[in-house]
Each structure stands twice: as structure tokens, then as C-alpha cells.
Design a binder for this molecule. Sequence first.
Ligand code: UTP
Length: 281
Amino acid sequence: MARLRKVVFPVAGLGTRFLPATKVVAKEMLPVLDRPLIQYAVDEAVDAGADTLVFVTNRYKHSIADYFDSAYELEETLERAGKRELLAMVQGLLPPHVRCVYVTQEQALGLGHAVLCAKTVIGDEPFGIILPDDLIVNDGPGALRQMVARATDGGGVLAVEEVPHAETGKYGIVDVEAGGDRIRHMVEKPKPADAPSNLAVVGRYVLPARIFELLEKTTPGAGGEIQLTDAIAALLAETPVLAHRFEGTRFDCGNKAGMVRATLHFASIDPELRHLVGGIA
Ligand code: UTP
């Protein structure tokens, strides 16, 4: 694939696992040290070549747009105080060539529905999806960039990771062809006994625009939600979709344990904080 320009961030979920904080703070604005989760996700998208970031939000999540907007009073105050480094930091959250588009998901009808809300902005080109609560860190190219390098015209790529067999019920699980990476089928949250493997899909996708037509045909599944997995299952029958075992470490920041692990990791590589976590992370 020549280039990936657009990345969708579905951030309209309720974030119930972080209540009461998420009663007023969007889950994606929770910080790992001093940077909100959404910043790590956006950096990964820009690293992959994206110049259009599409946030699927809800009416409680204005803070995400505020965060990427310029903050005139703050910037002027920092300027007057001569705090150049801080000023450069708040002005440099996004490179100048990158623009943000915000789309509202009126009701939380599932991840598939959230992605479908981005249809008109994406149009007819391949696009990426990043779920910011899966925070992936690495020294080399970001996970999404690795996936773009493998994507073929019209095809798809899903990031996968081996998980303990007992945990298959938390993930979409894929079955790949013998000796290759092409996905044969995918099951949403199977019990360990029914799981075709322990290869779990994590929050990174590269998909063709065809997925929107398939999402429109997808009927609500478990919990009345429109599942992205169901539409991807239909896509598998039409075009190659690869399972990409990404390089990097994933922190599941959608739950408290993952958030603590991510925080310990970043503290352990911070010169001013590493003494606090010596031997823990
Ligand atoms: P989760 O399953 O993590 O749900 O959604 P959640 O609401 O964010 O968190 P919990 O489980 O209540 O704590 C996976 C991703 O899909 C998005 C979420 O924002 C998250 O990035 N999503 C989910 C939507 O955008 N809309 C939906 O209707 C559902």
C-alpha cells in the first residue's frame, strides 16, 4: 500500500472500568505520567504517515478536542513568562501538517458502529484504526507503521498478540493459515475451549473502505452492539487480511493493572523518576 493518510480513533465508549474518574474525564485523557493516552495514540498515527486524524467522540468528550486545540491564554502566559520549553510543548502536540476531524457517535452502539460513523470522512481510501487504551511502545517503528508496510491494495492487516489461553474470552481471536499470516476466520470473545488459537486481535487495524459497506449490513450482536469483528469476518471471505505480530510491548490501559504497568514502565525510563521504581517495572 502506497500510503495511509487517515486514522480513526473510536473514543466514544463509556469507560466504565475507570469510574468514578470517567464520570467527567474521558478515559483517553487519563495520563500515563504527564501525557494523556490519546497523545501516545496520535503520535503512533503520525509516525505511520497519517495527516488526518478522525476522532469518534460523544457529547461528554469535548476535552479531547480542547486538548488538541490551541490554548490562547495559556500560550500567552507562558510566552510572557519566558517559559519557552513549555510553550513549545503545548504548541507541538501535533505537527503542523496534521488536521483533526471530530465526528459524534450519538449512542454507544459498539465499536463497529463507532467506526461506521467515520465513513463520510474516510471516503474511498484505506484507513487505520487505533484504540488508544491499547498503548504500544517500542524503540523502532510504531505498530501501525509496521502494519502499513505489510498492507496490500484492498487488503487488511490486524495487530495480534499471543495471550494466555484462559483469557481468550476477552478478545477477538483469529485462526491463521498454516505457515502464513492470512486470517482464515475470527471469533469474538470465545471461551478457551472454543477458541481456534490464542492469537488475540489488539487495538490496531488497517482496513479498506469496503469495511463500511460490510458494517452497514452487520446486524447488532452481543449486547445489541454492532461489532467490528462481524464485519471483518465478512471481509475475510473477499480479500486477504493479515495477522501482524507486532514488535513492541502492549499495555492494556483500559484497565487499572495495565495503566499501573504502563506508568511503571515510563517511570523506569525517566531519569528523574527511575529511582522511585527501581526493580519494580
Ligand atoms: P471498550 O470495550 O474498552 O469499552 O471499547 P469502553 O466503554 O471504552 O470501556 P469500559 O469497558 O466501559 O471500561 C473499546 C473501544 O471502542 C470504543 C471505546 O471508546 C474504546 O476505544 N467504543 C466502544 C466506541 O467508540 N463506541 C462504542 O459504542 C463502544
